[in-house]
Design a protein around this ligand. Structure first.
Ligand code: C5P
Length: 312
């Protein structure tokens, strides 16, 4: 009898920006306790999973060469975690993962984490597993701190390493301009630089998170713009001093405020509305301070199937 090979499944997954990122001291396990507010953005990756005799990961799109395709790729880690969870051999999964990058690589927007979240959702459909998103979130947290958020999307308060999430009421669609830098930044290096800066002095700290949550509940981008804060920004700017110029250029172009996204080096500029974002993007693109400029909006949903037999 011929076995039926399921059709490939394609998943779209968002990037993230941190509206607020307060970093605590380094923990014994090397991680830092965080209090953060994530927003999922419409800048996305697409991940297709398929049954294949030649297992592995393939990456296409802008800067694809910079993504490792071996066992360190977070999408492959997701394949192995889900294989183990569902009683398959994690070393021999007959799965091929194709990642179409729209999210900048090593850009502080959770691109690698997003690919892992998309792989968990896609493979659950391909293998017809009876799993809830909360089951997947537990596996996701083992793969990386930002993986659970890209699974759920929306707007969320993150604590612990960033993997403990509570949804946040957000009343508005926010419009962003993103400035990609020429090269990525390593997340561990940026956290390490923050530890170094703190040992030497007192780099600025983000304020309390509550006002950020209140601003999101009212939905006024001007109020939110005043409250954007990221403890990693000083560290990212220390490693990549040119970011200061990028941040200034975005505000000069008419953004309400700018922030380094996560560990950087992508800079995210909050704008008053969609028209303003398009104007800021055009002006920033002409300023010659970054590699590429994109517009995006948020919040958007987390990883979801868009193609294949289980598509809605
Ligand atoms: O969890 P993830 O693998 O994405 O983290 C990458 C690195 O970023 C960690 O190895 C650690 O150096 C740093 N990190 C941290 N504190 C966090 C999250 C990440 O120090 N809460």
């Amino acid at each position: 009898m011929l076995a039926v090979v399921p059709h490939p499944v394609t998943v779209r997954v968002p990037s993230k920006v941190n509206l607020h990122l307060a970093v605590g001291d380094v923990r014994p396990d090397g991680y830092h306790d965080l209090t953060t507010v994530f927003q999922a953005l419409s800048l996305t990756d697409e991940v297709t999973v398929a049954v294949a005799d030649e297992p592995g990961v393939e990456v296409v799109g802008e800067n694809a060469d910079a993504v490792p395709t071996g066992p360190s790729n977070l999408a492959w880690r997701a394949v192995q975690e889900l294989a183990r969870f569902s009683g398959r051999d994690p070393e021999e999964p007959r799965v091929r993962v194709v990642i179409r990058k729209g999210i900048p690589v090593a850009g502080g927007m959770a691109g690698g984490s997003a690919d892992a979240a998309a792989t968990l959702v896609g493979l659950s459909a391909l293998w017809r597993l009876e799993v809830t998103r909360d089951d997947l979130a537990r596996l996701a947290a083992r793969i990386g701190s930002d993986v659970p958020f890209t699974l759920y999307g929306g707007t969320a308060l993150g604590t612990g390493r960033g993997e403990q999430l509570v949804p946040v009421l957000s009343r508005h669609t926010y419009h962003w301009v993103l400035a990609f830098d020429r090269r990525g930044l390593s997340t561990p290096k940026v956290f390490g630089e923050l530890d170094r800066l703190r040992a030497e002095g007192a780099p600025p700290r983000a304020g309390a998170v509550e006002p950020v949550l209140e601003a999101l509940a009212t939905g006024d981008p001007r109020q939110l713009a005043l409250l954007l804060g990221n403890d990693l920004q000083a560290a990212a700017v220390s490693l990549r001093p040119g970011l200061r110029r990028t941040l200034r250029a975005g505000v000069n172009a008419g953004a309400l405020a700018g922030t380094v996204s996560g560990s950087g080096p992508t800079c995210a500029f909050l704008c008053a509305d969609e028209q303003a974002a398009l104007r800021v993007a055009a002006e920033l693109a002409g300023a010659g301070v970054c590699r590429t400029v994109r517009v995006a909006h948020g919040p958007v949903p987390g990883a979801r199937v868009i193609g294949g037999e289980d598509a809605p």
